[in-house]
Ligand binder design. Structure first.
Ligand code: ZN
Ligand code: ZN
Length: 131
């Protein structure tokens, strides 16, 4: 049997024809925490902390005329939070800093292609597919 059809139309497990196409993708948020040095020391920043958070998303919808229409998106699974580096330059400011002293910046990157899948509405069996 050839897998010529991009989207399977019948679930092999239960024979249902009600299938929901969805897309899985990951989003990575890179973040920087900067603590300004305010004690008159030579440093511009007292401390720096960088890291990234990986989150997985699923969005589902339908294919119509080969166009992917998104109906809803939700986050799936736990988020993965990593510290990439931290540096303390001015210990004096670092010791007296509280949470509100830190400046927070972030930028996000999405895996735009992701992975297209199809799920059976009845038994939730998952099949890989291409758009
Ligand atoms: Zn300082
Ligand atoms: Zn099924």
């Amino acid at each position: 049997m050839h897998m010529d059809t991009a989207i399977p139309i019948i679930c092999k497990h239960c024979g249902s024809q009600k299938l929901t196409p969805f897309r899985k993708y990951t989003q990575i948020t890179y973040y920087h925490y900067l603590l300004p040095c305010t004690c008159g020391n030579q440093y511009e920043f007292a401390a720096v902390r960088t890291g990234h958070i990986t989150r997985a998303y699923e969005e589902w919808g339908y294919f119509k005329d080969n166009t992917w229409t998104v109906k809803d998106t939700k986050r799936v699974g736990p988020q993965d939070r990593r510290v990439d580096g931290s540096d303390i330059l001015c210990h004096r400011c670092y010791e007296i800093a509280d949470d509100s002293s830190w400046q927070y910046t972030e930028f996000r990157r999405e895996d735009l292609d992701g992975e297209y899948c199809v799920r059976c509405e009845k038994c939730h069996h998952e099949m890989k597919s291409s758009p």
